[in-house]
Structures are given as C-alpha cells and as structure tokens.
Design a protein. Sequence first.
Length: 320
Amino acid sequence: MTITEAVEFLETGGNFTIICHANPDGDTLGSAYALCGALRIAGKRARVLCADKVSPRFDFLKKCLSDGDGVFPPEENETVIAVDVADAALFGGYEKEYGGKVDLCIDHHVSNKFYAARTLLDENASATAEIVWELIKRMGLTPTAEIAAAVYTGISTDTGCFRYSNTTAKSHVITAELMGYGFDMQGINHVMFDMKTRERVALEKEALNNIKYHFGGRCAVIAVTRDMYENIDPEDMNGVSALPRQIEGVDAGLVIKEKGDNIWKASLRTSGRVDAQAVCSKLGGGGHLRAAGCTLKGDFDAVKSTLLNEIEKQLYNNST
C-alpha cells in the first residue's frame, strides 16, 4: 500500500484500535500514541492497546490524548492497525484476539510477514514513527507538541539517539521539523538515554559479572534469568540488550532472557560484520541488519548453542 492509499483508508474509518508489539519500545509506543492523537484530532475514535506492561517513563505519551487515555470497549466496526509490528506473533497476549483481524500494518522492518490485510512498509525508514509522521502530515492535520514529542520518541529510541547505522539524513530533517513544535526534547533525551533506576544499575552489574566470551572475544553473551529482573521497570530490561555490543572487539552482542519455563528471548546487537536479521530469521524471529531478536524453547545450554552456531556462520563467512 502506498502512503496515499493509507491516508485514504484512514479517512474512511471512524473507530480505530491501534496495537503495539509486546515488550514495547519507544517506536511502537510513540507511533501508536502519535497516530491515536492525530486520529482524534480528525474527529475519529481511537485507542492504543499493548499486551505487556508499559514502563512508567513512557507515561508522557498519553498527553497526545487530550480527552483521556482511550481505553474503551471495542465496537463491531473497529478498524485494527498495528504499528511497528513485523509479525502477528509479536502481539503477545493479543495475538489470539487480533492476529487475524489487522486491517493495516504500518512498519519499517525488512522481516515483515505481511500478515495484515494492508501493509504500509518503508524499509528505509529509521523508525515506524517516521512513516506515521508522514501520514499525519498527508492527512492535513495540525499536530500538537505532544504528538511531535511522541514521533521524536520513536525516531530517537530506534536510532539510539541518532548513533545507530539506521540513522538517515531524513531522520535528522524530520527531527528538525519536530523541534519546531516546542516540546521538551532535552527532557525526553534524559529519560530515554541517561536516566537509570537503581534496579537497572544492579541488574547491569549482575549481568556484566556473568558475561561470557566466544570466538576469540568477537561474541559476548549475557544470560538474564527471571529472578534477576523480577519487579523491575520493563524498559530497564530493554537497556541491558545493548551492553555486550558496547565491549571493544565484540561484533555480536547477545542477551538471552528467560521468559518462562524453557522459554528464552534472544536479543542480538551486531556490527556490520554480522547480519542480526539473518541470524534471528533462521530461528523464527527477525528485525534489522544490526538489531534483531527471536524466541527459542529448550534448556539454556541448548538455546545458547543454537544461537552461537548461527552467529559463528555469520562471523566466519563474513570475515575480512
């Protein structure tokens, strides 16, 4: 679907449910709340749903919804939109209810499964929030400072505050435009990139104390068990995913998080020498060239071995 067709589709609906992916990040949440706020400005009914607990540090995004948080019962004629969700399996607890009912998916992942009836996909966008911003402008709406802040949150978090390789010139151009709306960019940057809870500091300390190196130090692995992150802010756990890749000489940083009995969520961050998306897609997941994830079942040693096997293929097939 083209962006023009997506605008026309949004203009025909009146009652929207916007779904984020499980384990939500700044892009899925920022995109969802920005779009929700814009649809309400257009006189439509819209709400945001996420199956997993959302970090309190994202509470400011609800300011996009000046008339309430938008939690209302669904209606028979609801239009379902997924934002930043490459696969219906990523809906988490909402997969059963909405997995086969998505009318429009707005996304930027190369690994998108095209599960929705309509898909607006831009693989060159640094974040889904970039696409949402274009939609809002094409609809002829006047965004609020709060909507601009939500879009900025999506772009800045998915680009690592403009440090990651997916950052483009367009990312900076859009951000310059967003700054004209007068939101507190410095405040968002502090909350998203500088602030750490005491619980996160303790978690990082324990995680780094147990780090393991493989392939001559080119791969670093951190295991995170449930007892290590129990009762902490979900966003604190997301921050741990970047730790192993920050170590000098590491081309593949892998965090393996225990999600349940013999269920593990792997988060892979890589240099240009390892295609993270290629590794994770072979194991049922997906993502981007340098950041991807997947979920595996089995005991920890078996799961780790499976992941390392795929990483090794990438490391030595792409060695320079």
